[in-house]
Write a protein that binds this ligand. Structure first.
Ligand code: DQA
Length: 144
């Protein structure tokens, strides 16, 4: 069974009620239930935190024993050297997902401390980005 850990950063626990015009109406619980139903061959582990160091801990914990990490570091994408360093430090390949098109928003969202450390980034395709990242891991299991 493919082991994939999804790590979501700050405020993503509010999906469904947070700025629905930007992030949509679906909760992450619904998204995760859909992923589990659609990909029975994948064992998903889900972690969300509003705290930077907890996200670093989660990356380290998943970084040597999972087949893939899908991470949306949310606002920490634009500020956190520690999260970028943690991704560079691990063995597990990582895909960065952003629900909204960060390049079409404020200038500060165009900077990512994560993008250079990941296999690839999926940006602006809504919650579908998590399924697309899963598809990549299914067809490229074993690559970093
Ligand atoms: C986000 C984009 C970030 O700029 C923002 O701070 C978020 C969510 C996204 O998924 O579109 O919280 O990562």
């Amino acid at each position: 069974m493919l082991q994939i850990t999804i790590i979501n950063g700050p405020n993503l626990n509010l999906l469904g009620k947070r700025e629905p015009g930007v992030y949509g109406n679906e909760t992450f619980d619904d998204c995760l239930a859909g992923l589990k139903a659609h990909y029975p061959q994948v064992n998903f582990t889900y972690f969300q935190s509003n705290i930077e160091g907890e996200i670093v801990d989660a990356i380290q914990a998943a970084g040597f024993n999972q087949d893939g990490i899908i991470i949306n570091p949310a606002a920490y994408t634009h500020t956190s050297i520690a999260i970028g360093d943690a991704i560079a430090a691990i063995k597990t390949p990582v895909i960065e997902v952003h629900i909204s098109n960060v390049h079409a928003r404020e200038e500060f969202r165009k900077i990512s401390h994560v993008s250079a450390k990941v296999v690839g980034s999926i940006i602006g395709l809504g919650l579908k980005g998590y399924a697309l990242a899963t598809d990549w891991f299914i067809s490229n299991a074993g690559s970093k």
